[in-house]
Write a protein that binds this ligand. Structure first.
Ligand code: ZN
Length: 81
């Protein structure tokens, strides 16, 4: 579980965090407030990856997916919505 930026408790699951780029925000299970991610860092991570997908064969983009997912979890912080 990940720490919520509102209440500081472990209210966000890793799966929740992967949903955020799709649904924009998720609700903390501890305090029920909306949590999102740092949009600037999400874009900084997403643009190079999209460029790789466009420029290189799709298999290369897929191979990089675990790296991008790991970087997203580790490097893109949760923020208050
Ligand atoms: Zn919370």
């Amino acid at each position: 579980m990940l720490v919520c930026p509102h209440c500081g408790k472990s209210g966000i699951s890793i799966l929740d965090k992967f949903y955020i780029p799709v649904v924009l925000s998720v609700k903390c299970r501890a305090c029920q407030q909306q949590v999102s991610v740092d949009a600037k860092k999400l874009v900084l991570l997403g643009i190079p990856w999209l460029a790789v997908i466009i420029v290189l064969p799709p298999s290369v983009g897929l191979m990089l997916l675990p790296v991008v997912a790991f970087a997203y979890i580790k490097w893109v912080p949760l923020v208050q919505k």
